[in-house]
Design a protein around this ligand. Structure first.
Ligand SMILES: [Zn+2]
Ligand SMILES: [Zn+2]
Length: 409
């Protein structure tokens, strides 16, 4: 069967997460989105873990279920330590087929930090040690580095390592998958030949229900923990079909720049300026594109065909917000969203699967146009930088004004 999975989600116990990040709301949103499998999130947090134990139904195959949604036990930790070349901060996700392993993992990790402090605990533990601990407890568990190019808190991001091998040492061979992150896509990752052996996956890193699925993986396999693990471990292209990607330019850390100065620079511009901001004269915060450029040993051309297929999407609430000139969290966008996903079956059906004429039949004119433009990547994106999110422009001025003569909903 084909299924869609979001492997990176936080619970209500994570810093910055909304209070409704619970199983009830998550499973409802999984339906709206068209996601079949979600990360259960924050498995290191004792209160959340006991809630998961109480509410999730084991499926006997390493996966769990709540209502109609499948869950995989996984959660993120933040390893902060002094490495050989200074201080390091690396965020990593742990996956497990059962609660017994997690109890043992948590017992081991509690020596390195306070697991009750938040859903993504801070551990004074080397990233390589984390992999050793998890794999020692069970080789059925695995570790996936999060958003690998994110500046300051990832394996390869600015201030991080040059390769996974440098970070994980002799345990690197147990790391077989990594997450692209919102500001990168598989095409960018393929510019580093050292990532060739790694399966690049995508997850939303959602802190609120509406953002689950903004990145996801699409499988053709049985909904089974070991099927998923094997597909990732052995890079089975007939099983992991493609990933769903945010436009990387939309990510908060795509280009280099300065938030306070309101300036951003492409890697070439930034290099020509010696990575110094033209407004304030201080070094710019280097973005993901720059970091990929710095670490790459392939040109964009050479990277062609060396990655898993992927499809860029603009989330439906953003398309609606653009067309309705309102915020994604506004009441009218939310109402329009629910109406549309009900008609279409799910957000992903509308964004990815339904034939063009069906999209046009279901959605008001500008929204249908927006979806079809987004499918073809026929959009303009003002890139994000230094924590400022990028902005997708679906229509030029005038074009939308023409549409807005029509009743939207
Ligand atoms: Zn996260
Ligand atoms: Zn500046």
């Amino acid at each position: 069967m084909n299924f869609r999975a979001d492997f990176h989600i936080h619970s209500k116990f994570s810093l910055g997460a909304t209070r409704d990040m619970d199983l009830e709301t998550l499973s409802r949103w999984a339906k709206y989105k068209g996601l079949d499998l979600l990360s259960a999130g924050d498995i290191t947090h004792p209160l959340w873990l006991s809630e998961l134990r109480r509410k999730l139904k084991p499926q006997g195959n390493g996966l769990f279920k709540f209502n109609d949604t499948h869950f995989i036990l996984s959660g993120e930790v933040n390893c902060v330590y002094i490495g050989m070349n200074g201080s390091r901060k690396v965020q990593l996700q742990i996956f497990s087929p059962g609660f017994e392993h997690i109890e043992r993992i948590n017992k081991a990790l509690s020596k390195y930090g306070d697991l009750t402090a938040g859903g993504r605990p801070l551990l004074n533990l080397e990233a390589s040690e984390l992999v050793r601990i998890v794999c020692d407890i069970s080789m059925d568990c695995f570790v996936v580095p999060s958003h690998i190019f994110a500046p300051g808190f990832s394996v390869l991001g600015t201030g991080g390592y040059g390769t996974l091998e440098e970070c994980f040492g002799q345990y690197a061979k147990y790391v077989f998958a990594a997450e692209t992150g919102l500001s990168a896509d598989p095409k960018m990752c393929a510019r580093l030949s050292c990532l060739d052996r790694i399966t690049m996956i995508s997850g939303s890193n959602a802190h609120m229900p509406g953002t689950i699925g903004r990145e996801a993986c699409v499988f053709s396999a049985a909904l089974h923990y070991y099927e998923i693990k094997n597909a990732l471990q052995y890079k089975r292209r007939d099983e992991l079909l493609y990933t769903i990607e945010f436009y990387p330019e939309e990510g908060r850390n795509y280009l280099s720049g300065h938030k306070e100065c309101g300036l951003c620079f492409s890697p070439l511009e930034s290099a020509n300026l010696g990575h110094i901001c033209t407004a304030c004269g201080r070094p710019v915060r280097r973005g993901v594109l720059q970091r990929v450029e710095d670490l790459s040993d392939r040109t964009e051309n050479e990277a062609k065909g060396k990655y898993l297929p992927f499809r860029n999407i603009m989330p439906l609430d953003e398309i609606l917000a653009f067309c309705m000139n309102a915020g994604t969290e506004s009441q009218k966008v939310r109402e329009a969203y629910l109406k549309l996903v009900e008609k279409a079956g799910s957000e992903f059906s509308l964004l990815l699967d339904l034939p063009e004429e069906e999209v046009r039949r279901l959605a008001p004119v500008p929204v249908a146009e927006g979806i079809l433009k987004s499918r073809k990547s026929d959009v303009r994106v003002f890139p994000g930088y230094d924590g400022v999110p990028g902005k997708v422009v679906l229509f030029d001025e005038g074009e939308l004004a023409r549409y807005s003569q029509l009743e939207l909903f």
